[in-house]
Design a protein around this ligand. Sequence first.
Ligand SMILES: NC(=O)C1=CN([C@@H]2O[C@H](COP(=O)(O)OP(=O)(O)OC[C@H]3O[C@@H](n4cnc5c(N)ncnc54)[C@H](OP(=O)(O)O)[C@@H]3O)[C@@H](O)[C@H]2O)C=CC1
Ligand SMILES: O=C(O)[C@@H]1CCC=N1
Length: 274
Amino acid sequence: MSQQIAFIGAGNMAGAILKGLIQQGHPAQQVHVSDLDEPKLNALAAEFTGLNTYTDNAACIANADVVVLAVKPQLMAAVCEPLLAAQPSLANKLIVSVAAGIKVARLREMLGNAQRVVRTMPNTPCLIGQGMTGLYADEQVSETDRNAAQTLMQAVGKTAWVESEAGLNHVIAASGSAPAYFFMFMDAMQKSVEAMGLDAVSARQFVQQAAIGSSQLAASQMDKSFTELTAQVTSKGGTTAEAVATFKDGDLAGLVDQALRNCVARAEQMEKQF
Ligand SMILES: NC(=O)C1=CN([C@@H]2O[C@H](COP(=O)(O)OP(=O)(O)OC[C@H]3O[C@@H](n4cnc5c(N)ncnc54)[C@H](OP(=O)(O)O)[C@@H]3O)[C@@H](O)[C@H]2O)C=CC1
Ligand SMILES: O=C(O)[C@@H]1CCC=N1
């Protein structure tokens, strides 16, 4: 029998994971989700017959085997307090956090020293089963719980463990936040070709399919580095060479490096803040 899985917070990330999970065959009757926003819950309940919705977080987790904490980091402490008050021992539940910037030790503190805590860093492509999730657990977490957390996230994409908790912040930079970078790049490309005269629908289709094709090509040629794949497109004296030179002149790599370092720095700052 499938596990009872409870999501605290029905926002972007929980929505992506729970939809992916149900679409992958987990019975909606065994998925529980709570949020303060009733219209959001009603929309999910209308989409997934049998889904259990709550405005009371403690009720949501009452019979759960796995609790996915999916509220904003700044709300996590306030959200955990009543959970702990209602269930002083969370020993019978595996806690899976998707929150950026809240370390295992801090989560345990918020949850009355709950031991069974796994941190994950997914991304929004989980919504279509194409997510990438980094996982971290310390030595106090059993193999069974690690496997359960991994199986949960594998329902919505690929997974990989990181050995140190600091590594999870690198996962945020490389993949948790990354969909936003790619969308920004695609948006800039679409706007550019639209300004040149391509209609909006065509511009989106060309840019989007180029992105899909490029990432699938890269995945099919794991023996080639991204630099080698770039070289395959770049004919000497041709058009790509001009665009590539422009990116190099503008230090695209330096800008990307700075952006990712700032992303990690913010995660580290949040670790102190929340
Ligand atoms: N978005 C992303 O791509 C990723 C996000 N994450 C992490 O996921 C977590 C959630 O982020 P995201 O999904 O983007 O945020 P959202 O704001 O979309 O989702 C959080 C949800 O929690 C609800 N909420 C607020 N207060 C409570 C409460 N007291 N009890 C229950 N629910 C509550 C919010 O409702 P309301 O809107 O009404 O406040 C909202 O629906 C964060 O910790 C983030 O770090 C991790 C990886 C990727
Ligand atoms: O922006 C954030 O803080 C979250 C974490 C990764 C993606 N969104």
